[in-house]
Design a protein around this ligand. Structure first.
Ligand code: XIL
Length: 782
């Protein structure tokens, strides 16, 4: 996690969609564009366009879509749903809003549903209250010109449902309590042979309400600070679990345990071939997307599993009588489409899974792909995956080759050959589905990891579970659970002892849903949390092994990983705060205890041209330090030193001044209005008032400050170089330009806001050096 030395200001960007809420109403956060964020790919009966939905009905029967797996509106009070509907004149198509889902065997049992839309040329509103199939419906005249396309707003205001078209009220019915449960599912209803295009969909509420968009897969798990991931994150390690996204909705404990304990996730099945391409050329990303969204909400990374495997192939493929050329084209399209869909969203992919046989003599695994494409399919798959996303790491993943032995040799030889042929492979996944008697020893695992490291490959333990015998009630003995705890501890320890082992994932979150009882009858209880999400002895021992780990690898600065604090510039000035991004930068996170800043923090030192620089913060992935004021302009060498040793040095450019405006959200300047509130798109500065803007990278000061010390209050330290600022290209007169008193390395300018209303770019110049452009909002005339 990146960390800012300054107060971090987070505001969600405001998106604009049509039609917009009526005066006094605002969008429900996240519901500005429910075509994009509605997860309609999960609902059957809807075709997704780039920014539209199409709902069509066949010859017989209505097509009624209720998006039960997408996000729903949680609305305690008034709300409205805005939709732009387009259809052929005379059609019967509705926006459907559901307050309670069907609860019984008849389709109407318990269903509280409102349909508002066009019915053969009239405007119609009708509802069901859950007690019978009878609809209560009422027609209203349609405003002229709106027979085939309407900007509709359906609002629940007090006890009334009010219908607006193009912003004007056109009808009203009494609400029989359809939404009393405080939730609204989104949907559509289309009459036989009709078709509906939905061009916009959004939800709004009276400003000041706290309605929200909720979905089980958007659950943000409560963090305890003492879970597995907290132990792992101290050294930048990834601890993960295989995820079944259907459990987010069916079991609230699941969504809590996953994000509380783990910082890494892999879909147990959701990204496999049959799930992602259920019919030829038809891709389904719904389940995988839910995992990615959950992970984003919970600060987790995701690995993709898998692109090429002999299992989980759909019968349309295996029974399709395809030629070899067809099969190659199908696989190429599959890889390009699936990797392309998740581009920039995943940490890595298992490109090929289990391509070596399960048994001796560990030859090529019999598979559809081997038969159709020959043994070259493995290299080819990696090349296709790399072409689809050159930045995602690519793994070969297999089972039974975790320690040393014939299987492990076969895996090693396979990947060694790939490396020698220049195939883009980054790592090997060691599955680690083991039991307590046949688990490989820590020394064999370590030896295997070390020889893979010598090939330049990362390793991850990708699917660990340790099955133990269970009785008819699924219970294991205390002795089994203790033996299991020992295996987990030894595998975690072996992984943490090898610097190329950067992650460990268990094959499931809880014993409740593990694949083991189904695939290994008589066995179970293979994971770290029991069926009630209670930690088992294995949890305690795995956590202890994570806690015992230190970073033995040398600090590594990422390419281009030294930038001015909070920005992207690689040029800095004396006194600037600077961020270093990389790996193994510190054994554990540490923040400076006070001012002046220390030059050693948590055992870490950062040198600039060999002299130690003051440190503000260090962690595995980031270090924040100050460029000593004494540093001469020109190229400078930066080096990080930890208890593990000194890393390679990297170069940056020191220049006289390097103004870099701090930003938040969608490139908003970190700026305060005259009343000290944060300037934003909804909190604009008045023309003529004063705005305080914060930046890093001052020029020389009239009242010099010692390196590592906070800027003084009196006398102030001001810029000596000519400084000016523009807002929207118009000069903004400066009242002050210099260091923020009480802060280290923080520059501020106080500018008078010119009369240029709107969201406009601010830019600062110090001497001959120009800053980035960051937006501020200036009020229009009242
Ligand atoms: C398993 C899943 O856990 C099951 O739910 C599914 O029915 C079959 O696949 N090696 C792998 C995983 O790489 O994808 C497998 O997952 C377990 C073995």
């Amino acid at each position: 996690m990146r960390r800012s030395a300054l107060c971090v200001i987070i505001l969600s960007a405001i998106l604009h969609a049509e039609p917009s809420p009526r005066p006094g109403w605002v969008y429900v956060p996240g519901a500005e564009n429910l075509i994009q964020s509605g997860q309609w790919g999960c609902a059957s009966g809807v075709q997704l366009g780039a920014n539209s939905l199409t709902v069509s009905a066949g010859a017989s029967g209505y097509n009624t879509v209720i998006n039960t797996s997408g996000p729903i509106l949680s609305a305690a009070g008034d709300f409205s749903v805005l939709a732009t509907l387009s259809t052929a004149p005379g059609s019967t198509v509705y926006l459907t809003l559901v307050g309670a889902l069907n609860t019984g065997s008849n389709w109407w049992d318990g269903l509280k549903r409102l349909d508002v839309g066009l019915s053969s040329g009239a405007l119609q509103a009708g509802y069901w209250t859950g007690a019978s199939s009878n609809e209560t419906a009422q027609n209203f005249p349609l405003p002229a010109g709106s027979t085939s396309s309407i900007d509709l707003e359906v609002a629940r205001i007090g006890a009334q449902i009010v219908i607006f078209i193009d912003g004007s009220p056109v009808g009203e019915i009494a609400d029989p309590g359809l939404f009393a449960a405080g939730q609204v599912y989104f949907g559509f209803n289309v009459a036989p042979q009709n078709s509906l295009n939905v061009l916009a969909l959004a939800a709004a509420m009276p400003s000041g309400s706290s309605d929200s968009l909720v979905a089980p897969y958007l659950t943000k798990a409560a963090r305890t600070g003492t879970a597995l991931r907290d132990s792992a994150e101290k050294t930048g390690f990834l601890i993960g679990a295989a995820v079944d996204p259907s459990k987010f909705a069916s079991d609230s404990g699941y969504a809590q345990a996953l994000g509380r304990e783990f910082n890494f996730a892999v879909p147990e099945n959701a990204m496999k071939f049959a799930e992602t391409e259920p019919a030829p050329h038809q891709f389904s990303f719904c389940a995988g997307d839910q995992i990615v969204q959950y992970a984003a909400a919970n600060g987790m990374k995701v690995r993709g599993h898998n692109l090429v495997w002999q299992q989980d192939l759909p019968s349309w493929l295996t029974s399709g009588n395809y030629s070899s050329a067809d099969a190659a084209a199908i696989l190429q399209e599959h890889i390009a489409t699936v990797v392309g869909h998740y581009k920039a969203q995943l940490a890595e992919w298992d490109v090929v899974n289990e391509a070596i046989a399960y048994g001796a003599p560990y030859g090529p695994q019999p598979s559809y792909w081997l038969t159709q494409l020959g043994s070259g399919y493995i290299d080819q798959a990696f090349l296709w995956a790399h072409a689809a996303d050159p930045n995602v790491k690519l793994f070969y993943n297999d089972t039974g080759g975790e320690g040393l032995g014939a299987k492990s040799d076969a895996v090693y030889n396979l990947v060694k050959g790939m490396v020698s042929r220049g195939i883009p492979i980054n790592g090997v996944g060691l599955q680690m589905h083991v039991d307590t008697t046949s688990a490989p020893s820590a020394s064999d695992i370590s030896a295997n990891m070390a020889r893979l490291a010598a090939l330049g490959l990362e390793v991850h333990i990708t699917e660990m579970d340790v099955r133990v015998p269970v009785d008819a009630n699924g219970n294991a003995t205390a002795a089994s659970l203790a033996a299991q705890a020992t295996v987990y501890q030894s595998v975690v320890t072996a992984c943490r002892a090898n610097s190329n082992c950067t992650a460990l994932l268990t094959w499931g979150v809880t014993d409740a849903y593990s694949w083991i009882p189904g695939s290994y009858p008589g066995f179970g209880d293979a994971l770290l949390l029991d069926t009630h999400y209670n930690p088992k002895p294995a949890y305690v021992s795995a956590k202890a092994a994570l806690d015992a780990a230190t970073n033995t690898a040398l600090p590594q600065i990422a390419t281009g990983g030294i930038v001015i604090h909070g920005g992207a510039f690689t040029s800095v000035s004396p006194g600037s705060l600077v961020d270093i991004y990389g790996n193994n930068l510190a054994p554990a996170p540490a923040t400076a205890p006070g001012v002046p800043l220390p030059t050693a923090l948590g055992g870490v030192a950062v040198t600039v041209n060999s002299s130690a620089a003051p440190l503000y913060y260090v962690s595995n992935e980031q270090a924040i330090f100050q460029i000593p004021y004494e540093t001469a302009p020109g190229p400078a060498l930066i080096q990080v030193k930890t208890p593990a040793g000194s890393g390679a040095s990297a170069s940056i450019t020191i220049q006289q001044a390097a103004p870099s405006i701090l930003t938040y959200g969608g490139n908003w300047a970190v700026a305060q209005n005259q009343d000290a509130s944060v300037n934003s798109g909804s909190n604009c500065a008045a023309p003529g008032s004063y705005l305080t803007v914060y930046l890093i990278g001052s020029g020389p000061l009239d009242n010099p400050i010692p390196t590592g010390a906070a800027a003084p209050i009196a006398p102030l330290s001001r810029e000596t170089l000519a400084t000016n600022a523009t807002i929207g290209g118009v000069n903004a007169p400066l009242a002050f330009a210099g260091m923020t008193p009480g802060f280290i390395g923080l520059t501020q300018i106080n500018v008078q806001v010119p009369n240029v209303p709107g969201n406009l770019p601010l830019q600062v110049q110090i001497g001959g050096f120009t800053s980035n452009q960051a937006n501020v909002c200036v009020q229009g005339r009242l």
